[in-house]
Design a protein around this ligand. Structure first.
Ligand code: ZN
Length: 434
């Protein structure tokens, strides 16, 4: 019965029952493949792996540390125009004007109406790299891309993501594959505090229902949550005096800083912080001050951060840091009783977020990853991501990797097979009908 029903519609010449049954089995198998095992479908790409690799190598070679992304943006917009994307769909926002770092250019946004009905979705990646990657000379070594110059990082974080987003759009255009309303976002200044994502022009995004952000790591790793971070600048002012003739008349800012750090370290508020079942981290990352041994140093600046997935606990860490510096100030006095002072300037870098496991973007990402023959791994990170701000702006965002390893170091590598898989995951994400 089943055989007859299926064959009744499309075939003008019904097959004998035996052969027909075999054909139905094949049809059912093909349908199962199209739902579960995507590789057969997705592996037939209009843009070959070799062509994709060439685009990636070109993107990796462009210098573009945070705030200096103009050349990368020119490369991307050139490629978009060559592919025939209408100018009407390509815009830049002015996020850089709201960043304390200034910068050459804002985020690049491409908003397409799509060829299918459905909820708008978004793909994103940041285009800036950490400074160590400027001057990278990307070369292929076996299955990896590395920088031939041993003194530079590669910048796969996150040019690989930028390439995945670009190549996904180029693939859609060239293959004429149908897709729903789609926004592509290339952000600036991720590495220096997520400023591109933080100040993105929301109105230009067209209210995506969800987004997938392509950044570091494996394409099977789906990051659905991240910690929140708070950054502080601590300025200590003491009293200068001749270190040989009259050190007792001075107030050493270095001594104050040392006492405060020792206090935090001894009491468990520096490094990994665990208290009352809550978790977080803190770090004094920068200490600047002093010019000579013969002067009691009167000015020291420190840069300190605190992170926790729990906003209240993060605030508690911040409070402990402030209290330690205030206590230390009162402990260092000159012979005449003078004390120094401390000024602390802090700001929230990004708020923590955690999407539910069954959020539509998590499910779509899991299906896309599984469809490409990988096992999805759900993950929550202690780093900050553009996804922190995008999610806060009302666009629930998962983050997937593109094969980057050892990021932010001179031994950074990019796994080419994983990069090509990320391309297929991204395509599956914009081709799926969920
Ligand atoms: Zn990154």
């Amino acid at each position: 019965m089943r055989v007859t029903r299926v064959l009744a519609s499309p075939s003008p010449n019904p097959l004998p029952e035996g052969e027909g049954y075999a054909r139905v089995c094949l049809l059912l198998y093909a349908e199962a493949c199209s739902n579960i095992a995507m590789p057969a479908k997705i592996s037939a790409l209009a843009i070959s792996d070799a062509e994709a690799l060439t685009v990636l190598l070109e993107l990796l070679a462009i210098p573009g540390r945070s705030g200096q992304e103009q050349l990368v943006m020119e490369f991307l917009t050139d490629r978009l125009r060559q592919a025939g994307i209408s100018e009407a769909f390509i815009t830049f926002d002015t996020a850089h004007k709201k960043s304390p770092h200034g910068g050459q250019v804002g985020n690049l946004i491409v908003k397409l109406p799509g060829t299918l009905k459905g909820a708008r979705r978004m793909l994103s990646a940041h285009v800036d790299t950490v400074p160590i990657c400027v001057g990278a000379k990307p070369v292929k070594r076996g299955g990896l891309i590395v920088s031939a110059d041993k003194n530079t990082g590669l910048g796969g974080d996150d040019r690989a993501g930028a390439a995945v987003v670009l190549l996904t759009l180029l693939e859609l255009v060239r293959s004429e594959r149908p897709y729903p309303p789609l926004t592509l976002l290339w952000t600036v200044q991720e590495e220096v505090g997520l400023f591109g994502a933080r100040h993105v022009a929301l109105a230009k995004l067209g209210k995506p229902a969800w987004a997938a952000n392509f950044d570091g790591g494996s394409p099977a790793k789906i990051t659905l949550g991240a910690t929140g971070g708070y950054r502080m600048t601590v300025d200590i002012t003491g009293l200068a005096a001749h270190a040989g003739n009259a050190p007792e008349q001075g107030v050493s800012a270095i001594a104050i800083a040392s006492l405060a750090i020792a206090d935090l370290q001894r009491n468990g508020w520096h490094g990994r912080v665990e208290r009352d079942g809550q978790h977080g981290t803190s770090n004094v990352g920068v200490i600047l001050g002093g010019e000579a041994t013969n002067v009691v140093t009167d000015k020291v600046r420190l840069k300190v951060e605190a992170r926790s997935h729990n906003a209240e606990f993060r605030q508690r860490i911040v409070n402990e840091i402030e209290a330690a510096f205030n206590r230390a100030v009162s402990e260092v006095r000159s012979a005449s009783g003078a004390v120094g002072s401390v000024a602390i300037d802090g700001r929230l870098d990004y708020e923590a977020f955690r999407l539910p496991d069954d959020a539509p973007c998590v499910q779509a990402a899991s299906a896309a990853v599984a469809g490409c023959g990988l096992t999805p791994e759900l993950y929550v990170t202690n780093g900050g991501l553009d996804a922190n701000w995008l999610t806060r702006h009302g666009v629930p965002t998962v983050t997937l990797g593109c094969g980057q390893r050892n990021i932010h170091t001179v031994s950074e590598q990019l796994d080419i097979a994983e990069f090509q898989l990320a391309r297929r995951v991204a395509l599956a994400l914009v081709s799926s009908d969920s």
